[in-house]
Design a protein around this ligand. Structure first.
Ligand code: HAM
Length: 427
């Protein structure tokens, strides 16, 4: 029986990997403009890190984590998201002592045992950013502007929804209002909501059950319960987005699937991916660093799902054919092949992409390979031609073909070929 990949775990084949490279390069470029620096953190962490940050009553912690006991009897978890790990590292290395505001980004795989479907995997990848150490609303605006710039530069259009989840000052009053609202509906709610109602009332609003959601349509709005500081923070965020001409709508039901958020939360949504509409999401988490044992510093961040970005790029067909590049050396005969291999190596040392056939195929077949591999030029050499000190140069786009001299020494050859390729690039 063939061994196949696990359900919800996906291979990224070379064709698709090109899109991944494009997304990563665009994100890196934009992040650099905003002063973000890369951090790399482990995939495996102690389970308590996620339980304490994401929240014991969230779907992620209750149902979705890949948790196991290792050979030392310790409970470990494959990270379901990046924020907790980056914050753990920030605290462990006292990064706040280096710079008052740390702006960090990371790329990598995350693991959640969800039901796989289009745009939803068990191993998925996030581009994740965190800005730690400033509580001003200007940072919230900048973070959303940065997310929207990445998407714009990728040629993707999404809508931005924002909300404020308040702070420890105003959240209790909202929880009370929500509890009151849920009181006469409690027996008609799903098991999860019944359980979460008393432990963490806000969490019920994140329920995926359509019957529960019917009830919650009339639930009180958190935006009506913000304290003056949170209300003013949220107003500044909205004014800032407006002045930067970043369109948004407010959605007071957006509570996010993780417990650590305070104040601003946001989601970047598309209607082109069916049920998995969130391409990216994030928000402020002003109490989380302290909660994890670090200094009392605020933070905000977001993550985008790579697989969802890739799907969008594939759907929008923004991916134009890549320009042809590199050289194919089509060698016919043993001597020519040996010379071709030596030449390929010499040219690669000079920075060129050079491909060859290894199987001693016919000229026709080698030309086909050159075309398939999108080579810009082909140099055809045969044993007899080589003896005469010449070869054939073919432009794979115009299909022009001409004899070229191949003077005795390899170094002279390779210099001449490089020259020819460069002059073709300029013309
Ligand atoms: P999240 O909303 O759980 O937030 O995930 C962020 C993004 O990751 C989603 O919008 C989606 O694009 C992608 N994503 C999540 N789960 C899956 C999945 N199973 N398959 C494919 N893509 C998925 C967080 O993870 C927070 N750590 C974001 C954050 C950073 N907040 C503050 N800083």
């Amino acid at each position: 029986m063939n061994i196949t990949a696990l359900k919800g775990f996906k291979d990224i084949l070379p064709e698709e990997a090109l899109l991944w490279q494009r997304i990563e390069a665009t994100a890196r470029d934009v992040f650099q403009r905003f002063g973000f620096r890369e951090i790399k953190v482990p995939i495996l962490e102690k389970t308590t890190l996620f339980a304490r940050s994401i929240g014991e009553t969230t779907d992620i912690v209750e149902k979705e984590m890949y948790t196991f006991v290792d050979r030392n009897g310790e409970s470990l978890t494959m990270r379901p998201e990046g924020t907790a790990s980056v914050l753990r590292s920030f605290i462990e290395h006292s990064l706040h002592n280096q710079q008052p505001v740390q702006k960090l980004f990371t790329f990598g795989p995350m693991f959640r045992h969800e039901r796989p479907q289009k745009g939803r995997l068990r191993q998925f990848h996030q581009i994740s950013i965190e800005a730690l150490g400033a509580n001003q609303p200007e940072l919230d605006i900048e973070i959303m502007a940065m997310a929207s710039m990445v998407l714009t530069e990728l040629g993707l259009s999404v809508s931005l929804e924002i909300n404020s989840l308040g702070c420890p000052q105003c959240r209790p009053a909202f929880n009370q209002a929500l509890l009151l609202f849920l009181e006469d509906k409690k027996d008609d709610l799903c098991e999860d909501c019944q359980r979460r109602r008393l432990k963490n009332p806000l969490r019920v609003l994140d329920c995926k059950n359509s019957h529960c959601q019917e009830h919650y349509r009339l639930a009180p709005s958190i935006l009506d319960h913000l304290c003056p500081e949170c209300a003013s923070h949220f107003q500044t965020v909205q004014d800032g987005l407006t002045s930067l001409e970043i369109p948004f709508t407010t959605n007071s039901f957006m509570v996010r699937g993780l417990d650590y958020y305070t104040r601003t939360t946001f989601e970047l949504l598309t209607d082109s991916l069916g049920a998995q509409s969130a391409v990216g999401a994030g928000g402020r988490y002003d109490g989380l660093i302290k909660q994890l044992g670090g200094p009392d510093l605020p933070g905000i961040g977001f993550a985008m799902g790579m697989e969802r970005l890739v799907l969008m790029l594939q759907q929008q067909a923004t991916d134009q054919a890549l320009p042809a590049s590199g050289l194919f050396i089509a060698a016919l005969g043993d001597k020519a092949r040996a010379a071709g291999f030596a030449m390929a190596q010499a040219l690669r040392r000079r920075g060129l992409q050079v491909l060859m056939d290894y199987a001693g195929a016919s000229l026709k077949s080698q030309m086909k390979q050159a075309g398939k591999q999108n080579c810009r030029h082909t140099l055809i050499i045969g044993d007899d031609e080589l003896e005469r000190g010449e070869g054939t140069w073919r432009d794979m786009i115009s299909r022009d073909q001409q004899a070229i001299p191949l003077p005795g020494e390899l170094s002279a050859w390779s210099a001449m070929v490089v020259q020819r390729i460069l002059s073709d690039q300029d013309s």
